[in-house]
Design a protein around this ligand. Structure first.
Ligand SMILES: Nc1ncnc2c1ncn2[C@@H]1O[C@H](COP(=O)(O)OP(=O)(O)OP(=O)(O)O)[C@@H](O)[C@H]1O
Ligand SMILES: [Mg+2]
Length: 238
């Protein structure tokens, strides 16, 4: 449950918000799903997004993750040196790609092993093998799945899959985690374990935006509430 030694605090509180996106809009045919003038995503904040089925929550998160086109949307951010940047959100600028992780509601795991799934992103970044082993070991322990490291993903329970997917995201040390209903298919202990991991990520100084209807997550201490409805995102929802 404790932040790992290598997990950098997402920091830079003096450099303004983590990310500002202007002109984030989506229409489906003639139907306007949402149009958001300015979306400010703060640093080191846990945010829950609620809204009716079909309001566009998943679409909004996927646009922020660069997984769906966001024509006309402009992203603004400040790097670790304090330099301001501005670029089209689509295609997602490489500097942001490294800082953002998205978790699908039903995460897809490669049909290798749990360990390989968690190591994948670090390998893609070309980290030395020793560093990969160390960080994967820490992530496995953090998510409580060390005993499953050699298991093939098809044998995992829903809760185990969510924890492996969270570990796979966390190991890349993103500043912004976008989670689509991380507890929706879970109950009992599995749900509580995932809620604890999400709380950890926020406590480490990362920003977590999660779509959710889970009262317990919505009531995590210090959580900010966003509500998407009628094409508008209310970022000061009580
Ligand atoms: N590629 C697409 N083509 C056509 N319609 C789409 C597409 N993607 C999303 N939609 C529609 O856009 C609307 C918003 O979908 P989205 O999945 O973002 O909603 P949501 O708020 O996440 O809903 P839920 O709570 O059910 O998950 C839905 O009516 C959906 O059918
Ligand atoms: Mg959805």
């Amino acid at each position: 449950m404790t932040p790992t030694a290598t997990a950098g605090h997402a920091g830079h509180a003096d450099h303004g918000p983590l990310l500002t996106v202007r002109g984030l809009a989506r229409s489906i045919g003639l139907r306007k799903l949402f149009a958001i003038d300015t979306l400010v995503i703060p640093r080191a904040t846990a945010i829950v997004m609620t809204g009716m089925n079909g309001a566009g929550k998943t679409t909004l998160l996927r646009m922020l993750a660069g997984l769906e086109p966001a024509p006309g949307a402009v992203a603004q951010w400040t790097d670790a040196q304090g330099h301001a940047h501005s670029a089209a959100l689509t295609p997602l600028p490489p500097a942001l790609r490294r800082r953002i992780a998205y978790l699908h509601q039903h995460p897809y795991l490669f049909r290798t092993s749990v360990r390989e799934n968690i190591a994948y992103g670090l390998r893609a970044r070309g980290l030395p093998r020793h560093d990969i082993d160390l960080r994967v070991g820490e992530a496995l322990g953090w998510a409580g799945v060390s005993h499953l490291q050699d298991t093939a993903p098809e044998y995992l329970s829903g809760g185990e899959i969510q924890r492996v997917a969270l570990a796979r995201a966390k190991v890349l040390e993103p500043e912004l985690l976008l989670l689509d209903e991380p507890t929706s298919s879970l109950d009992g202990h599995a749900r509580e374990q995932v809620i604890a991991l999400v709380g950890d990520l926020a406590a480490e100084g990362r920003t977590v935006v999660m779509i959710c209807h889970d009262r317990e997550l919505i009531n995590l201490p210090g959580v900010v509430r966003w509500k998407l409805g009628d094409g508008v995102l209310d970022t000061h929802h009580p």
